[in-house]
Design a protein around this ligand. Structure first.
Ligand code: ZN
Length: 90
């Protein structure tokens, strides 16, 4: 079964241990193979390449809300985006 993460900042999906139903491999996202797409990232079983985890990328509203709540990764992303926007204006 594929686990879908809808809210990037509210779920501790990175360290969650998942089991692959196809080959019984167990591990968390850091051991899976990452396949990034435009709107989401897929994490594949390193053994049989079944998709175990799908993480939807946060939109700017989610980044802003999480940054306002003090989420360190959101603050980092927001800083990057703002730097990029500033440079685009110059
Ligand atoms: Zn597997």
């Amino acid at each position: 079964m594929t686990v879908l993460v809808e809210n990037y900042f509210q779920v501790d999906w990175r360290s969650r241990t998942l089991e692959c139903e196809a080959c019984e491999w167990r591990g968390d996202s850091r051991q899976m193979s990452l396949e990034p797409h435009e709107d989401l990232s897929e994490y594949l079983c390193p053994r049989c390449e079944d998709i175990l985890l799908v993480v939807r990328h946060p939109d700017m509203d989610q980044v802003r809300a999480a940054a306002a709540a003090g989420h360190p990764e959101a603050l980092e992303q927001l800083a990057l985006v703002e730097e990029y926007l500033q440079r685009a204006q110059d």
